[in-house]
Design a protein around this ligand. Structure first.
Ligand code: NAP
Length: 258
């Protein structure tokens, strides 16, 4: 797919899935803004890698959970790369916990980034997208939102279910302006987040378990998700909106009947 002439913003593009999305969109010709929170060197390196190959890219620091700073990030991107045509809401965090013993204050902290940020960025992106009659928005949900048996995901899953609802509602709000809004729901992807909050000795057992419960027989790679995002942001995907594309290698461990 040819994304030449389009400007993309990937939130949380410094590491993991976001970094793979940055690479993929740039390889397809998009100018890419690599948003980050704390990992400046990684974000700068991702942008530099693109520029070294003749592409256009910038690293841009902003806490996407803070609605006061998000509009300024869009202005900075517009002045350097052009207005954002493609928005990928990838930034996210996880705090583990199931029914009991979970500090509910952490739920709000997760929500701030996993959910509120989606509203902040879509609100900031929409006016310019509407004016041009084109936009592609992809939000990162998770198969946790579908309801897997994976332990520790209860409250995180709830934030990712909210992402699905916002995706469908925003698709409805923006559809008449040539803007599509979709979500991708990854399964278990080998990134820093995948092992977050787990003891090192738990990590291999976790990877083995997740490989076992996927039809594909392996855990996911960040590139698997990037491929799905690139498909949804293509100019040719204009008739696909309000959808959730699951990228999980065929997970078989759902709580209720799949
Ligand atoms: P990760 O490796 O932990 O990377 C998280 C990224 O989010 C980093 O680039 C981080 O930036 C950024 N970030 C965190 N808080 C931010 C904030 N307030 N403002 C801006 N950026 C912020 O995570 P990942 O595994 O790649 O996950 C990416 C997305 O996929 C998340 O939404 C996650 O929920 C979702 N997902 C992941 C999996 C999985 O198995 N890994 C499965 C399903 C869904 P810094 O590095 O600069 O701090």
């Amino acid at each position: 797919m040819d994304l030449a002439g389009y400007t993309a913003l990937v939130t949380g593009g410094s590491r993991g899935i976001g970094r793979a999305i940055v690479k993929k969109l740039a390889a397809n010709g998009a100018a890419v803004a690599v948003n980050y929170l704390t990992h400046a060197a990684e974000a700068e390196a991702a942008a530099e890698e693109i520029r070294a190959c003749g592409g256009r890219a910038m690293a841009v620091q902003a806490d996407v959970g803070d609605g006061d700073v998000v509009p300024a990030m869009f202005e900075r991107i517009a002045s350097q790369l052009g207005p954002v045509d493609i928005l990928v809401n990838n930034a996210g965090i996880i705090y583990l916990g199931d029914l009991e013993g979970f500090d509910l204050a952490k739920w709000n902290l997760m929500r701030r980034i996993n959910v509120d940020a989606v509203a902040h960025t879509v609100r900031a992106a929409a006016p310019a997208m509407k004016a041009r009659g084109f936009g592609r928005i992809v939000n990162l949900s998770s198969i946790a939102a579908h309801g897997t048996t994976f332990p520790g995901n209860t409250y995180y899953a709830a934030t990712k279910a909210e992402v699905v609802v916002l995706t469908r509602r925003f698709a409805r709000d923006l559809g008449a302006f040539g803007i599509t809004v979709n979500a991708v729901a990854p399964g278990f992807i080998a990134t820093d987040m995948a092992a977050e909050g787990r003891a090192p000795e738990e990590k291999q057992a976790l990877f083995d378990r997740c490989a076992r419960v996927a039809i594909a027989g392996r855990v996911g790679r960040a590139e698997d998700v990037a491929h799905a995002v690139a498909f949804l942001v293509s100019p040719d995907s204009g008739f696909i909106t309000a959808q959730v594309l699951t990228v999980d290698g065929g997970r078989m461990d759902y709580l209720a009947h799949p």
